[in-house]
Design a binder for this molecule. Structure first.
Ligand code: TPP
Ligand code: MG
Length: 337
């Protein structure tokens, strides 16, 4: 990876962090309502894995902590922010909100509110890729807590049996809301659970984007080669509470400090400085430019966009169930469903 790619990666992670922190502020100002789950602290996982995937070619799906995954797939940041604001210009036309970002034009097949829901959907996407005979793969990001759902076991079994081209990415941030992993899972190392279904798996540091990319490269190559699914686990930590309604009082200050010292953006910035790719001044300038872009482009767009009109609320409701073969925009010619 050359130095301009490395600078771009750092900028992306800084952008994603600032996007999340700015949406926190907008929530406190009551401009965003409903649920809001922030990804601050976990940026190296989605950024690193999706850097190794093929943009707009592979399919990506995840849970409700979904803003960064959508943007890294190519969903415009201003449309993601507008969705958080519930505006008509949002990725889901203001009907979905934070947990339901959806942009099929870049193969981001959604954030889902139900824990474990994306597992079988990812297998379905992978089955479609297999039937079409393309070299596309499906990538399913989910938290550690989701692995205790029945859908995890049903999906891994079928995916392995049918050798589906699906990559499971477990973002192990040690908590499911306020419950620590050792209080909810009989198996602590999540990657070991995949061996029960004959799926190769591995566990890696999720705070170092270089480690994430190297692991993702191997995992994606395996899946794309037709060898069947792969399960990769990244150890990471969310820096904020589970959602905006979580007081985050259940974690020790020592634990939080330990993980903050391993902030993925700090780790990567330090590396680029040591390698002489960027200086402190370059990074400060980059941060300033990101803040400005978020204010003048992303937030302004969300704030100036119109609310959905009450008389249009049924606009995207289907009277008939959709044709199961259908996948694409609801309104022909429109970019979004
Ligand atoms: C089927 C279902 N059961 C319970 C919930 C409530 N719930 C929301 S998030 C969550 C924890 C999930 O934790 P994890 O998978 O580790 O993801 P993280 O929030 O850490 O990213 C639970 C139990 C839900 N949304 N859906
Ligand atoms: Mg978790």
């Amino acid at each position: 990876m050359n130095s301009s790619d490395r600078k771009r990666l750092l900028r992306e992670m800084i952008f994603f962090r600032r996007f999340e922190e700015r949406s926190f502020e907008a929530y406190m100002e009551r401009k965003i309502g409903g649920f809001l789950h922030l990804y601050s602290g976990q940026e190296a996982v989605a950024t690193g894995v999706l850097e190794m995937a093929r943009r707009g070619h592979d399919y990506v799906i995840t849970g409700y902590r979904d803003h960064v995954h959508a943007m890294k797939c190519g969903a415009p940041a201003r449309e993601v922010m507008a969705e958080l604001y519930g505006k008509v210009t949002g990725s889901s036309r203001g009907r979905g909100g934070s947990m339901h970002i959806f942009d099929p034009s870049v193969h981001f097949m959604g954030g889902y509110a139900l824990v474990g829901q994306p597992f079988p959907l990812a297998a379905g996407l992978a089955l479609a890729c297999k039937h079409k005979g393309t070299d596309q793969i499906a990538i399913c990001f989910l938290g550690d807590g989701a692995n205790n759902q029945g859908t995890f076991h049903e999906t891994l079994n079928m995916a392995s049996l049918w050798k589906l081209p699906v990559l499971f990415v477990c973002e192990n941030n040690l908590y499911a809301i306020g419950t620590r992993i050792d209080r909810s899972s009989a198996v602590i190392d999540q990657y070991k659970r995949a061996t029960a279904y004959n799926i190769p798996s591995s566990q890696h540091d999720g705070q170092d984007i270089d480690v994430v990319m190297a692991a993702a490269r191997e995992a994606i190559d395996h899946v794309r080669s037709g060898a069947g699914p792969y399960f990769v686990e990244f150890m990471t930590y969310r820096q904020r509470g589970h959602s905006m309604s979580d007081s985050n009082a259940y974690r020790s200050k020592d634990e939080e400090r330990e993980w903050l010292a391993r902030d993925p953006i700090t780790i990567y910035s330090e590396r680029l400085k040591t390698e002489g790719v960027m200086s402190d001044d370059d990074i400060a300038e980059m941060e300033k430019a990101v803040l400005e872009e978020i204010e003048t482009d992303v937030v302004r767009f969300a704030e100036e966009s119109p609310e959905p009109r009450v008389e249009d609320l049924n606009q995207y409701c289907l009277e008939e169930p959709p044709d199961p073969r259908w996948i694409g925009p609801l309104v022909p010619g429109e970019r979004h469903g």
